[in-house]
Design a protein around this ligand. Structure first.
Ligand SMILES: *Cc1c(COP(=O)(O)O)cnc(C)c1O
Length: 367
């Protein structure tokens, strides 16, 4: 039996993708081999690989002048690769702190150069996204780093945050770098706003093991040649991310997940489904005083909905009942506690409806 898996990552994949992978597992389309066994230099694998790159380009509407890379090492390696490649020429960068992941990114950048905190919502326990006016931006920074969706705190940059950033950031300026690990491909984004976007695949895109980087070509060329070959973006850009053996199985599943997104109608249609899922759950949180959403309403994430019950004891009971009902992995991150429902692309509306029904029933009995 399949469950509704509200895990923050790795997370649910669309069932048709899993079924296709299962069907083709030992004999991929009559080739007599699994994708896992194929040479990454074979025409069959090349078709899968180029297909994944092309699908990402279409779905993200990547403008000309950008490279799409399929790398390994997760978003966490990008915490290092970004400063190693882009902290040029001044070795200075600005970071907006909106949660644990941006703090980790900052810590790695500080190994490479002078990384400043340009703004932070730490004082309000990361329950909000700072507005552009609150940021102290260095017009000479090599880049400005943001985390578009904060998987643990349950906040997300919304259009109004981008708009306020656009009006305050120096014109013509500093490339914007985004960790979009937990909201990539969940709704339309204007890639041209960014110099570089990176995302580990295991939340919205596919299985763990592949990391997508979309980067403006001129930034690819910033890296000092002294960096280790594998850590330079240009190495991967020059070889279509086939410089060395890519994570072939992960890329294969990613390519099918992209096709599934296209079948849903692309990011615009998916964005509407994701909006509806999030609104369903937030409406339940706002309906009474029993459940309390932790994020400030204007900064609420569509992907990770975080909330509390009146006591930790009730939270434990709620989580146990949810698990018994096939609603799994709703426990909040260990650093913040409470409940977190991750509603990535593959979570159907039915999963959210089941959660909301359980919440109403639980409140009736315990409230
Ligand atoms: C999960 C996550 C990461 C860490 O990703 P890894 O692929 O495990 O390195 C980084 N940033 C954000 C926003 C995340 O949600």
């Amino acid at each position: 039996m399949r469950v509704f898996n509200f895990s923050a990552g790795p997370a649910m994949l669309p069932l048709p993708v899993l079924e296709e992978a299962q069907r083709d597992l030992v004999d991929h389309r009559g080739s007599g081999q699994s994708v896992m066994e194929m040479s990454h230099r074979s025409p069959q694998y090349d078709g899968i690989h180029q297909g994944a790159l092309a699908a990402l380009r279409r779905l993200l509407a990547v403008p000309d002048g950008y490279d799409v890379l399929l790398l390994q090492g997760g978003a966490s390696l990008q915490f290092s690769m970004v400063p190693m490649n882009l902290m040029q020429p001044r070795r200075r960068a600005d970071y907006v702190l909106t949660g644990s992941w941006s703090e980790k990114a900052l810590a790695e950048a500080r190994r490479e150069g002078e990384a400043r905190v340009a703004g932070s919502s730490e004082e309000s326990s990361f329950t909000r996204i700072p507005r552009g006016e609150e940021l102290d931006l260095d017009p000479q920074a090599d880049y400005l780093h943001v985390t578009t969706n904060n998987t643990i705190a349950g906040t997300q940059w919304q259009e109004e945050h981008w708009a306020s950033l656009a009006t305050t950031s120096p014109a013509g300026g500093v490339p914007l770098v985004a960790d979009a690990s937990s909201d990539v491909l969940s709704r339309p984004v204007d890639v041209s706003r960014f110099g570089l976007v990176y995302a580990g695949a295991q939340k919205n895109l596919g299985p763990a093991g592949v990391t997508v980087v979309v980067v403006r070509k001129e930034l690819v060329e910033r890296a000092p040649e002294s960096l280790p070959t594998m850590l330079q973006y240009r190495t991967h850009a020059a070889k279509d991310s086939l410089y060395n053996t890519p994570p072939t199985w992960a890329v294969y599943v990613l390519s099918m997940a992209c096709r599934w997104v296209e079948e849903q109608g692309g990011t615009a249609a998916l964005g509407e489904l994701n909006r509806r899922k999030a609104e369903t759950l937030y409406a339940a949180l706002d309906a009474g005083g029993f459940y309390r959403g932790t994020a400030e309403p204007a900064s609420r994430s569509w992907m990770n909905v975080t909330f509390r019950l009146p006591s930790e004891e009730l939270e434990r009971r709620f989580l146990a009942e949810a698990e018994a009902a096939g609603l799994l992995n709703l426990k909040g991150h260990r650093s913040v506690g409470g409940v977190r429902a991750s509603l990535y692309n593959a979570m159907p509306q039915a999963g959210v409806d089941a959660l909301v029904a359980l919440m109403a029933d639980f409140e009736r009995r315990m409230g």
